[in-house]
Ligand binder design. Structure first.
Ligand SMILES: Nc1ncnc2c1ncn2[C@@H]1O[C@H](COP(=O)(O)OP(=O)(O)OP(=O)(O)O)[C@@H](O)[C@H]1O
Ligand SMILES: [Mg+2]
Length: 339
């Protein structure tokens, strides 16, 4: 696997398989950390009016949440992934069932509070996509303990860890820093899609890649980031604070990949978007898949961008196909930025 500037070493130590873990051997898959998974309902309308009765033409139910979307992308590309996270009550059972049917191994710690349901309303006449997001429930101290025990048991088996998403209200903003520290202790590279106070303390544990969108980066810098130069210099601050690479996506506009010394722009392919929600997750999932294949960070981001654009054309997140992505990857234009 690509090691990046941090030179993550492949462990030659043999790790004993714990009896309850069906985790693959190190280096063969990505561990997706899903603290806030959801049941995803997607409703398709031909015309949608607020304050009126609207009848959906189609209703879909899929496993969702950012790390789950990324895992679905890795799986869709033919890669191996394993989810560790939480699920609770009836909706949690449905989530388990849906993941089982998607052939994605998942170790979900049971929690008392129900897994959230998120709903996307797509209006193909108005061309709008409306996202209704429930906040995820905060686990209890005992549930966190059980989760961390599973995480610690799984980490030795993975060379790459992916974590994504806003933390539930009331959960410590040090949560991703703790995860980053554990990943570093196990010499696993971390891809982290987070922002704000949840991201900042994690940077000092040198995540391999941090992924944000331009609005999240602007909110962190408390400035609108009007020019490319401003975007690059703000992203570079996160690299100086510890991230090897920082990827800032901007939907159909060029994404910027920045390290301490390099800056690149990736021009996404032109597509006709249907539901772009979760395209950032598809991007991160595509990057994880490519890194596991031994591709360089530039190649991996190129594939990730193609996955994001492919995802924007589908009804639900993580539903891309390897063929569609392969068609789009050649259309991603890459340009070095000199400053
Ligand atoms: N309308 C679009 N047309 C083409 N590509 C798109 C479009 N929207 C998203 N993408 C692709 O997906 C990538 C990520 O998109 P975006 O910047 O919207 O991520 P995001 O805001 O993190 O999304 P989310 O948080 O919902 O997963 C883009 O870099 C691009 O490759
Ligand atoms: Mg995002």
């Amino acid at each position: 696997m690509y090691r990046g500037p941090s030179q993550y070493a492949v462990s030659t130590q043999r790790h004993g398989e714990s009896p309850e873990s069906a985790a693959p051997k190190r280096g063969t898959g990505v561990l997706c950390v899903a603290i806030t998974p959801c049941l995803q309902r997607t409703l398709l309308f031909s015309g949608l009016t607020l304050d009126a009765v609207n009848r959906a033409q189609r209703a879909l139910l899929s496993p969702g949440g950012k790390a789950v979307n990324a895992a679905r992308t890795v799986r869709a590309l033919g890669g191996r992934c394993h989810i560790v996270g939480f699920c609770g009550a009836e909706t949690g059972m449905q989530l388990r069932d849906l993941l089982g049917r998607s052939d994605i191994p998942a170790e979900l710690v049971s929690m008392a509070r129900p897994t959230r349901t998120c709903t996307t309303l797509i209006d193909d006449i108005g061309g709008t996509v409306t996202e209704l997001v429930e906040e995820a429930p905060a686990p209890t101290a005992a549930e966190w303990q059980a989760f961390e025990a599973r995480l610690q048991a799984l980490l030795p088996h993975f060379e790459l860890v992916l974590a994504a998403g806003a933390l539930p209200p009331g959960v410590s903003q040090e949560t991703y820093a703790r995860l980053a520290k554990l990943a570093a202790q196990h010499r696993a590279a971390l891809l982290l899609d987070a922002n704000g106070a949840a991201l900042t303390p994690a940077l000092s544990y040198a995540p391999l890649l941090v992924k944000l969108n331009h609005l999240e980066l602007a909110a962190m810098s408390q400035a609108p980031l009007k020019t490319n130069e401003e975007l690059i210099s703000t992203a570079r601050r996160l690299a100086r604070d510890g991230a090897d690479w920082v990827l800032v996506t901007q939907a159909s506009a060029p994404a910027c990949l920045v390290s301490k010394s390099e800056a690149w722009q990736f021009y996404p392919p032109r597509v006709r978007p249907l539901n772009p929600v979760g395209s950032g997750d598809a991007t991160t999932g595509g990057i994880a898949f490519a890194l596991l294949q031994g591709q360089s960070m530039l190649e991996a981001v190129r594939l990730g961008i193609a996955c994001g654009s492919a995802n924007a054309t589908t009804l639900t997140a993580g539903e891309i196909t390897a063929t569609r992505t392969a068609d789009l990857v050649g259309e991603v234009r890459l340009q070095r930025h000199d400053r």
